[in-house]
Design a protein around this ligand. Sequence first.
Ligand code: R1P
Ligand code: GUN
Length: 294
Amino acid sequence: MHSKEQISHDEYQKTADWLMSQTQHRPQVAIICGSGLGMLCDTLKCQDSFAYSDIPGFPQSTVQGHAGRLVFGELKGKTCVCMQGRFHMYEGHSLCKTTFPIRVFKMMGVDTLIVTNAAGSLADGLQPGDIMIIKDHVNFPGLVGLNPLSGPNDDKFGLRFPAMSGCYDRGLRCLAMEIAKQQGVAGLTREGVYAMVGGPNFETIAEARLLHRLGVDAVGMSTAPEVVVATHCGLRVFGLSLITNKVATSYEDGESVDHEGVLEVGRLRSLAVQQLVAELVSRLEINNNSDGAV
Ligand SMILES: O=P(O)(O)O[C@H]1O[C@H](CO)[C@@H](O)[C@H]1O
Ligand SMILES: Nc1nc2[nH]cnc2c(=O)[nH]1
């Protein structure tokens, strides 16, 4: 199911054209809201919003905490498009579908993608409520061939064999750390490595121990395919994980995780995440892709 479906260049273009016919906004920045982080959209001014079900070609969100709305608007002088709800592989979408919006955004002229997610911590220094700036990722589905770039390459978007070293922009990571200091949340913020697993179940103890030994700092069920597709088509990427729980690594400790708890931490930390993202957006220098040419 995952690697067979292909989406043609025209299909991405149709969706981009439809959206551009419905809104005057021409976004420079795209933001994907993770579980419980949909409030990132609330800061946008002069909003135009669309239910995913009304957008031709868009998949539907099925997960609680992912509203299923695309919101355009202004944030600190930049035009943004914000996905209030993302698509996950475990919902049954093909990886092309989970990453469909990324190429549409590229065609609309987006220059920078900001991905956010909720994730479980495997690192001693990351507690629930902390913010992890993503330095790199381990794409477990990708390592075994579940990759949105599988199938014929669309050369108009990017190379057959795209490099992924440096896919999380170093300058933006430094800027985010500086902003965290200025906003008084440096104590809650550090860099780390995110790993994507397929889900939808959370980790067993043995899986958690394996991830820990591999050097993974935080684990979730999203983000990596979006970043792979964004990097392939030349978007600059910034990512952050809100740590919503510790992943249990001992048979003795009573740590347990559920989605409601994940959403609750999102609500509690919404303001800090919102302020960090807003300031980052305000200080972005936008340099390319203003015509959306691919
Ligand atoms: O990655 P996001 O969409 O933030 O969601 C995370 O939270 C859900 C589990 O609670 C999973 O979908 C996991 O990936
Ligand atoms: N796989 C995974 N995804 C998450 N999303 C939020 N917390 C977790 C977690 O502990 N594990």
